[in-house]
Design a protein around this ligand. Structure first.
Ligand code: B12
Ligand code: SF4
Length: 496
């Protein structure tokens, strides 16, 4: 069968497409796990952002897919629905399958639109679905699958248990299936790898627990190192490790860093997400190993610097450092940042501002912290993604403004606080964050001079879009630029 797998083109404020275009790891993993006789094409539409419709039309014409699979996040749902309509028109016989976080956690939105919804991990479900379609047998026993019942309605089979990730369970990704190119992280060809799946924390804003429960499974090192080599052989010079929480098992992470260095794979720039508690508690030994392995950017889930907010986000435990003997010893963030900086790594500071109890001062306190301590801010607003405990809470309190999901991108405030309107929250963050980003440019220039000289102007234009000499004459230039920025964002969201 011919299979076309698509990830959506929608990006958000912190992922300037000129500088960051990352592959979707799910699609190549699916491609690597279907039976080998299928012809699979993987297209990350982030690589075709300005010409989405034409690219999809071309791919459908060229590959004549029997099955089209779409990977969708919630803020990309509107684009996905438009693409499905377009593909149906062009190729009515193709079966449409959707998977990823949005179809898994808001499955009903796709009933009557897609033929199949894959919930949770997709590799085995998708493989079994293709087998059933090819042999024209019933799909109704396939765990994890939602399907149209010939007798009417849409039905769901039982959930598929999460995979143990042992070698036999999930085969390595098939990157050769990609049909578009141009992935980049600041000019370095970038790829993504996984070393584990799952997390045992239960932060109220995170989709992971509803998606797969609280658990943690790992791939073995041999497979991981082979996977890194595969990326490197295909040209990658930067790698994003997409694990939900690699720092859950610090001993293993430390051993992995050693293994990467021992295998001579430290000449790649690695980026990873980490919890502040793990880095604060183990940084003295872990950070040097990370550096030795080539880690450069560490996304720290700081979430908030105020205890009340950490309580709301249910993120206190992962942000508390410990003394010897396990006693709690206060907020872990600064210690974690110190360890990473001491070993030459940059901190991408993940913060969430605009929580229900936040006042202007509370937001400013977080912005001041980011300004002083993080290298690249990644500040977001609470966003009601389907199925998270926070979503229920925010809706119960009547704080969610609207259901325009394309704006649920994390940096568009769609939730107000008890004290502040959403737009004001977004303005405070947006105004401050542009300058924090600008401050990182000299470091980026030192590391990637060629890229920054070629694209620096475009990156700065992206960071400051909305600002123009015309605004400078207005009474409040920042407000005028913000209004223009919001207009531009609204236009950008029309990908199809
Ligand atoms: C890595 C990652 C990123 C990376 C890379 C994204 C990329 N190009 O792949 C970066 C940092 C860029 C990123 C950014 C964002 N992300 Co993100 N990200 C993740 C993370 C940590 C891991 C995703 C991953 O690659 N997993 C590994 C793969 C193999 O697993 P998977 O994606 O789940 O895919 C499996 C199944 O879902 C399914 N599947 C997936 N697609 C398909 C398609 C078909 C056809 C089928 C059959 C099955 C299937 O099968 C796959 C294999 O088992 C998750 C989860 C988390 N814990 O936080 C969030 C997550 C996906 N991100 C999220 C969000 C919201 C964003 C942002 C909008 C804002 C933000 N929080 O930063 C931006 C927008 C990105 C953009 N396009 O501009 C949300 C999505 C919530 C939702 N309901 O939509 C998540 C769940 C985090 C959260 N807040 O809870 N993200
Ligand atoms: S620690 Fe990270 S992955 Fe785990 S529940 Fe919290 S936000 Fe999600």
């Amino acid at each position: 069968m011919n299979v076309l797998l698509l990830s959506m083109p929608d990006s958000f404020e912190h992922m300037a497409p000129v500088a960051v275009r990352m592959p979707n790891g799910a699609l190549t993993s699916l491609a690597g796990n279907v039976d080998p006789h299928h012809h699979v094409a993987v297209a990350d539409l982030i690589l075709a952002q300005g010409r989405v419709a034409a690219t999809v039309d071309r791919l459908v014409a060229e590959h004549e897919p029997d099955v089209v699979g779409l990977s969708v996040m919630t803020f990309q749902r509107r684009t996905a629905l438009k693409l499905i309509a377009r593909i149906r028109e062009q190729r009515p016989a193709a079966r449409i399958v959707v998977g990823g976080y949005d179809p898994s956690l808001a499955s009903t939105a796709y009933e009557g639109v897609a033929d199949f919804v894959v919930r949770g991990e997709g590799e085995i479900t998708f493989r079994e679905l293709l087998r059933a379609l090819e042999s024209q047998t019933s799909v109704c026993g396939i765990a994890g699958l939602g399907y149209r019942d010939p007798a009417g309605g849409f039905r769901y089979a039982a959930d598929r248990p999460v995979s143990s990730l042992d070698e036999a369970a999930i085969k390595p990704p098939r990157r050769a299936a990609r049909v578009l190119d141009g992935y980049t992280l600041l000019g370095r060809p970038v790829d993504v790898i996984e070393t584990s799946r799952g997390c045992t924390f239960d932060c109220s804003f995170c989709s992971i627990i509803e998606m797969r429960g609280r658990n943690f499974h790992t791939y073995d090192f041999r497979r991981i190192l082979d996977d890194i080599r595969d990326c490197r052989d295909r040209g990658a010079r930067a790698l994003f490790i997409v694990d939900d929480n690699i720092t859950l098992d610090v001993k293993r992470f430390a051993a992995l860093c050693e293994a990467i260095a021992d295998a001579g794979l430290q000449d790649i720039d690695y980026a990873v997400q980490a919890t502040t508690a793990s880095i604060a508690d183990h940084g003295a030994t872990l950070a040097p190993l990370m550096r030795k392995a080539g880690f450069r950017y560490v996304f720290l889930g700081i979430e908030n610097v105020l205890d009340a907010d950490l309580g709301f986000l249910k993120a206190s435990a992962k942000n508390t450092k410990h003394e010897k003997g396990g006693r709690r010893a206060g907020n872990a963030t600064l210690t974690a940042i110190e360890h990473l900086h001491a070993h030459g790594m940059f901190v991408v500071g993940g913060l969430i501002v605009g929580n229900p109890g936040d006042t202007r001062d509370a937001i400013e306190a977080n912005l001041a912290f980011a300004r002083e301590h993080v290298d690249w801010p990644y500040i977001q607003h609470p966003t009601p993604y389907p199925g998270t405990p926070m979503t229920t809470d925010l809706r119960d309190r009547g704080l969610v403004l609207h259901d325009r999901l394309e704006e649920y991108d994390g940096t568009t405030a769609v939730v107000r606080t008890e004290a502040l309107p959403a737009e004001e929250i977004e303005f405070l963050r947006w105004r401050a964050e542009r300058w924090m980003k600008l401050r990182h440019f000299p470091k980026a220039l030192r590391h990637s001079p060629g890229f920054c000289l070629r694209h620096g102007a475009a990156m700065i234009r992206h960071t400051f879009r909305g600002a123009s000499p015309r605004n400078w004459l207005s009474r409040n230039p920042a407000r005028a630029a913000f209004a223009r920025y919001r207009e531009l964002r609204a236009l950008e969201r029309e990908y199809v």
